[in-house]
Design a protein around this ligand. Structure first.
Ligand code: PEP
Ligand code: MG
Length: 774
């Protein structure tokens, strides 16, 4: 339907140029009514208390009814569509007892009506209605088209709601006492952290979000409030321009799903009530930076106190974008916009937008206080091959802007202001590393088989379509783990079935015949969970992953439908995360069967169980009888087995995957899989740990899935192994009590096998060990 494509494109244009919600909605209803030959088209939005709907824009109903016509959820045909979260198409409203005509809107003239809900992720925010004077049946194509338009409109409607919340009276925040400033790192300090993207870098520090101390800024406002307001408007304009550029750049580079956040940013800056609050602040204080800071704090306090996680998340957006306006106003941007080549970016945390702002090609390394291996920062850094470490508290306070820094993303450490000796050592280390990467690259085409001919597949862990180039580049055999929740985190909403279908289908087609393992949304825990229920005191042990999915059949169903539909090439697999009971697995199996039945799919994709809790290990032999395959999630398995939070740098020493208890569990899992004759893979970080590979091979794992970047380093280790000898090694370590003993035994055995004679292997195998002792 080329016409509908054009209509969608025009709607998109209106939205991206959006300045004001009411004006935008008015333009959209006018456009839709004209293109689809409707006699009326209207938008109803939920009111702030979520109790009812109000007519917000119309073409065809009386203008005077805008803001006046109100209806409850479930009331009338529009209310019914919002209550059911589904389209309501009525050929003749006079025959439908749900219909209520509001005389003040003049809608008694219309006989047929189509209403579709406005939904963003989990939230219904209103409805889009379409009416004709004559009685008529609505075609499926029309309904689908209106739904697609509604999806676009919904996002801006949510933003408008967000701004309405934010401008509601602020909740008083407790006054914080002045925190003590931590001492800067002494020169040559070695800091242990979490390696989240492999590689090595040495360079000058660039403090990201330069210490814009909002309370102590050296800023001189214009002499008059009018002049200052003009300066604020200039800063707003310039920021909007930059954000617009970023939206485009991110969309092209990483995919549209990553670009949405910038539309929110622009809407915030263009919002009328935001601006009038700001203007009032400028008039009162004469200081734009103060007005911006105060408005930002009010907004984020109001949003931060909301129970809804999606809206709370967006408080970060407000801070993000207003800080940029302030930096623009006070002239900081021009001083920091251009990065020196080869800098180490040091930040508290990194948002997706920063990767564009920061001219990534100039970044040699990245260090953040917060964000674990699955944070945005880590995912982006890995896909851009930027070495990164995370989990260093109070970084911005403790690192000085003039320091140099060594980042070791292989082993998760950094050295602040390294000494001459440390530099020299690093130089040698990184030259050997670079040379060895190059040699490893040359082995790319060789098969990953052991000395005795056992094939060990090396798959890729990915977070989105943007990772597919790396899958091919590093010679991965398909995808062992697609973390679909990355889609949710980046879009800050759960993508609908159609959006998911498009992504899964493109992946399946591009990588076929290699398998693509799609893990069902692993939400909760440290990853955004939908709805107000998500606030928990112990989220890692709470309502997450499969638990959440089974409680939210709508989310699970849409995802399963998208996967089953996308499986035309037959290479998709479904993976269920965080299982602790057999019932959970059975319930998902039932849902898959239902969906496959609905879609007439001859054979649904294989359904795998992710083994990442000690409970799942305990029942592995039962799960193995029902699952089509196993995948070991060692990141969580280590966390739950050792009772050490994988994100908490304070217990990073205890979070040791070489603890014998972990290997006991892995053996139990592989034995169960072997007995049931189902394939077993591992997709946790352990799969790419050089010292772990001989043990994993020895435990019988024949599929290792890892960040594409790591594949070249792991391939030669696999090729140097002998599966029987590795098996003996795995059995031997069952008698060891200490993690350190396990590590040493693997190293010694690798030496005995002659692996250390190969300089590449030696470097790879010893690097981890050496770094532990530095
Ligand atoms: C794991 O737990 O090992 C895993 C692969 O999943 P995630 O890291 O996304 O929790
Ligand atoms: Mg996990």
């Amino acid at each position: 339907m080329p016409q509908s494509t054009e209509l969608l494109r025009d709607v998109g244009r209106i939205l991206t140029r959006s300045h004001d919600l009411d004006e935008t909605l008015a333009n959209i209803v006018r456009l839709v009514a004209r293109w689809m030959q409707g006699d009326a088209c209207s938008v109803y939005l939920l009111e702030d208390d979520d109790r009812g709907l109000v007519l917000r824009a119309t073409r065809g109903l009386r203008r005077s009814a805008v803001g006046q016509v109100r209806l409850g959820i479930g009331e009338g045909l529009t209310g019914a569509c919002v209550a059911a979260r589904e389209p309501v198409a009525v050929p003749d409203v006079t025959l439908d007892e749900r219909n209520i005509a509001f005389p003040e809107s003049g809608e008694h003239r219309f006989r047929s009506m189509l209403a579709v809900p406005l939904i963003v992720g989990e939230r219904v925010v209103g409805a889009l209605t379409f009416q004709n004077a004559r009685a008529r049946v609505f075609e499926n194509e029309e309904i689908e088209l209106l739904q697609m338009i509604a999806a676009q409109v919904a996002s801006i409607a949510l933003n408008a709601r967000l701004l309405a919340y934010a401008s509601s009276p602020p909740v008083a925040a407790p006054e914080a006492g002045a925190p003590e400033r931590p001492a800067p790192f002494a020169p040559s300090t070695l800091v242990r952290a979490i390696g989240v993207s492999p590689g090595l870098a040495l360079g000058p520090v660039h403090l990201h979000i330069p210490p814009l101390d909002l309370d102590h800024m050296d800023y001189r406002p214009a002499p008059t409030p009018a002049g200052e307001w003009r300066a604020v408007l200039r800063a707003l304009r310039e920021t909007i321009r930059q954000v617009g550029d970023q939206r485009e750049a991110v969309g092209v580079r990483f995919g549209e799903e990553f670009a949405d956040v910038f539309t929110t940013h622009i809407m915030i800056l263009e919002d009328q009530s935001f601006r009038s609050r700001l203007r009032q602040g400028v008039e009162e204080s004469g200081d734009g930076s103060r007005a911006l800071t105060e408005t930002m704090r009010e907004y984020s306090r109001a949003l931060g106190s909301l129970p809804d996680a999606t809206l709370r998340e967006r408080a970060l957006d407000i801070e993000d974008v207003v800080r940029r306006v302030i930096a623009e106003l006070v002239g900081l941007r021009s001083r920091t916009a251009t990065l020196r080549d080869g800098v180490i970016v040091v930040a508290d945390r990194i948002a997706p937008s920063d990767f564009v702002l920061l001219e990534t090609e100039k970044i040699a390394g990245l260090v953040t206080s917060h964000g674990g291996a699955t944070s945005h920062a880590a995912i982006f850094a890995r896909s851009l091959s930027i070495p990164a470490v995370s989990g260093v508290p109070e970084l911005l306070e403790r690192v000085r802007p003039k320091d140099d820094m060594i980042v070791d993303g292989l082993n998760g450490s950094l050295i602040v202001a390294p000494s001459e000796k440390q530099r020299n050592r690093f130089q040698g280390y990184s030259e050997r590393y670079a040379a060895s990467l190059e040699r490893l690259e040359q082995l790319r085409e060789l098969p990953s088989i052991t000395q005795d001919g056992v094939d060990v597949g090396l798959g890729a862990n990915i977070g989105g379509l943007y990772d597919l180039d790396h899958v091919e580049e590093h010679g991965a055999r398909g995808v062992g783990l697609f973390r679909t929740e990355v889609l949710v985190l980046s879009a800050r909403a759960i993508p609908d079935e159609e959006e998911q279908f498009q992504i899964y289908r493109r992946m399946a087609e591009r990588l076929r015949p290699d398998p693509v393992t799609i893990r069902c949304f692993d939400l909760g825990g440290d990853k955004l969970a939908p709805g107000p229920e998500a606030r928990e005191s112990n989220p890692q042990l709470g309502w997450r992953s499969v638990r959440l999915l089974l409680d939210r059949p709508d989310i699970l169903r849409a995802q399963l439908r998208a996967i089953v539909r996308a499986n035309a090439s037959g290479n998709l697999r479904i993976l269920v995360p965080m299982l602790t009971t057999l019932e959970e697995f059975r319930a998902v199996r039932e849902r898959v069967a239902e969906v496959a039945g609905e879609l007439d799919a001859a054979e649904p994709p294989p359904l795998g169980a992710m083994i990442e809790t000690p409970a799942a290990v305990g029942i592995a032999r039962f799960l193995a009888r029902e699952a089509d395959f196993f995948s070991i999630g060692s990141n969580d398995l280590v966390q739950y087995t050792l009772g050490a939070d994988r994100e908490n740098e304070r217990v990073a020493d205890l979070y040791d995957p070489f603890h014998p208890a972990v290997w006991g569990q892995i053996l139990q899992i592989t034995e169960a899989a072997e007995r049931a004759e189902i394939p077993c893979s591992i997709c946790g970080e352990l799969a790419s740990h050089p010292l772990a590979v001989p043990l994993l091979g020895g435990c019988g794992l024949r599929e290792l899935s890892m960040a594409p970047l790591s594949i070249n380093a792991i391939r030669p280790i696999v090729r140097a192994l002998h599966s029987e000898k590795a098996g003996a090694l795995a059995r031997e370590i069952c008698d060891l009590a200490l993690a350190e003993e396990v590590r040493q035994r693997v190293l010694e055995t690798c030496r005995e096998w002659g692996l250390m004679k190969d300089p590449e292997l030696r470097l790879i195998l010893e690097s981890t060990e050496a770094s532990r002792k530095r």
